[in-house]
Design a protein around this ligand. Sequence first.
Ligand code: ZN
Length: 295
Amino acid sequence: MLHTPIKWPNGAKCACAITFDIDADSLIHIARPKDGHGRLYPISMGKYGPIIAIPRILETYRRLEIKQSFFAPGWCMEEYPDTMDAILAGGHEIGHHGYLHEDPMKHSATEQRYWFERALDAHQKVTGRKPKGYRAPVYNINQAVIDLMIEHEFSYESSLMGDDVPYMLKTEKGNLVELPVHWGTDDWPTFAHYEEIGYLMPVSAPSTGLQGFMEEFEAHYEAGGFCMAIWHPFLTGRLARWRAVEKWLESVMERGDVWFAPLHEIAQHVHDQYDLDPNNVRSDELPYYNKPVLL
Ligand SMILES: [Zn+2]
């Protein structure tokens, strides 16, 4: 049972989105600012995303005729412009994901504005427009970023975990649709093994690693919910894993009643439902707290 189900368009039973965070080698440069540029193995592991995995992913999307969303740090957009052009040429969306994958919680409000707007400049330069959505590096969003998103007229946010289906984030200055994430549909815990940035995870077989996501999907399909994958091209875009995803996608699309769409379209649908009647969408008021709870 869902708390506040969303009515999906065209009779769809549930909504589904595969989102890829194109972190590439930004992760090693931000984690090891002094010597990351000389660490060839993690650089190559990250570069596999934009160079090898994304063309593979885009070919699947082209064949199955679906449009999806990617999130990219601004630095990655400048470093891999051909990959970004290929994503845009396929009709897909690129959302904001920081500049060099910096963690908002490690910066002052002034620094956050600098990095947020430097990433916006990269989007303008590469795509010719501002992004409509944002996902915080390591999900570490805070109120300063929410305020920046509203100031720059974003439509949606995708870093929080407060519901199974999209909901509204209401602030004094404006609203954003939240398209919620969750570790259960993120590929980091099952596939990331990256000692240089502090992760030593047991790597799962493709079928085992993807099993959790597929079970999450079935629950959403049954309940009429919203299932979103939060994946990384250099993890789930590897050959055997993507082969398993392709087979799953083909079988799910045969059902004919799952709405696959880029996040900006899903967010717009939720805004429209809210405009029809605010009771159609559950709302959270932000900020949750203005001070430490024990002060
Ligand atoms: Zn990321």
